[in-house]
Design a protein around this ligand. Structure first.
Ligand code: HEM
Length: 332
């Protein structure tokens, strides 16, 4: 545990991150903006005020139940095969030409497959992907005015594509797609980057799932999350004053040598998923199995027959996400 530059705390140990995420005295910081019913319907502010991700208490329980019920209807196995089919079709379209995996697959296929499973018509999937990507770019606090304006328009489009229905339900269906978008794209990009480096013979030793699991630990697409302390909160026996911002550093905790022997080595044969990249405790990611299925469906055809076309990878500018900007591959 160490003080952060903004006078909060950063927690880096595995046990300590788990303790905070399991403790009701640490809550998700509320989204910025006006009170829930004062945000104009169909805007980014309205979305943030109605989704499970930024809620606490009773509202969170109710919204999380909505999300889980939606996800329960969607089988990860069918997401995986649909993602594989769409990827193969896109690779066939590219033929011998190098292809940017991030733009054409990682940022498009998971959202299209999930959208289709949630009932969006095939003809609307391109518009869906565009709108979800625009909202994801402004979803977390701190986005600039231009991105927020684009996201406002896109939330309206998404409400039309995913409605009609109870506004809270529609907001949480949009929330599902937005949560899935960047994190799954980052998981695909980072796994591919790790898995295509070893020689093909070595690559073939492990299933794609093992590469993805070890990437989630060592090169997580979501690097951290945040909580705010309430009255009476403590950590490691020390009081944490109410209102303290606490950053939970997954990337560091996933390399805690007390939990992961030889923590900096990429080793797809490690037992069990003890990484914290899907969160932990009171409100972990409800879409972990779905995200993994979507990512593995996209990765399978790529690992089977492609190699990197460029060596250097640049990343999107972000404090807590690690997503390659571009990742070109070509046929082996
Ligand atoms: C594949 C990569 C993914 C990663 C690394 C990831 C990671 C996370 C993490 C760490 C949280 C918890 C944040 C916190 O405790 O503050 C979270 C929440 C959430 N995730 Fe994911 N996620 C992924 C994919 C998905 C997918 C595919 C879906 C939907 C199908 C999804 C839906 C959600 C939702 C709705 C929440 C909010 C839950 C709540 O607060 O009740 N995620 N995710």
């Amino acid at each position: 545990m160490k003080p952060s530059s903004d006078h909060g705390l950063t927690v880096t140990g595995h046990a300590e991150v788990c303790a905070v995420l399991d403790d009701p005295r640490f809550i998700v910081p509320p989204a910025p903006g006006r009170a829930g019913d004062e945000e104009p319907p169909g805007t980014l502010g309205w979305l943030r005020r109605h989704v499970s991700r930024f809620s606490s208490g009773r509202a969170h329980e109710r919204r999380r139940a909505l999300v889980r019920a939606e996800l329960h209807r969607v089988h990860p196995g069918s997401l995986r095969s649909a993602a594989r089919d769409r990827t193969v079709a896109e690779l066939e379209r590219a033929g011998e030409e190098p292809l940017d995996v991030m733009a054409r697959l990682a940022r498009a296929v998971p959202v299209a497959v999930l959208g289709s499973a949630l009932g969006v018509a095939e003809a609307d999937l391109e518009a869906l992907v565009r709108a979800v990507t625009a909202v994801a770019a402004a979803y977390h606090p701190g986005a600039g005015a231009e991105r927020v304006a684009r996201a406002d328009t896109s939330v309206g489009e998404l409400a039309a594509l995913l409605g009609p229905g109870d506004p809270e339900m529609v907001a949480n269906r949009i929330g599902l797609l937005v949560q899935a978008c960047d994190a799954t794209a980052g998981l695909i990009g980072n796994t591919l980057n790790a898995a295509l480096r070893p020689p093909p013979a070595l690559r073939a030793e492990w299933p794609v799932d093992a590469f993805a699991a070890e990437t989630l630990r060592l090169d997580p697409p979501v690097r951290s999350t945040r909580r705010t302390s309430r009255e009476g909160a403590e950590l490691g026996g020390r009081e944490v004053p109410p209102g303290t911002l606490v950053v939970l550093d997954f990337a560091a905790a996933n390399r805690d040598p007390r939990v992961f022997p030889d923590p900096h080595r990429f080793d797809p044969s490690r037992p069990g998923p003890r990484h914290l990249t899907f969160g932990y405790g009171r409100r972990p990611c409800p879409g972990d199995g779905h995200g993994l299925a979507l990512a593995c469906g996209v990765l399978e055809p790529l690992l089977a027959g492609y190699e990197p076309a460029d060596r250097e990878v640049a990343y999107e500018p972000s404090a807590n996400l690690r997503i390659p900007l571009r990742l070109e591959v070509q046929l082996r």
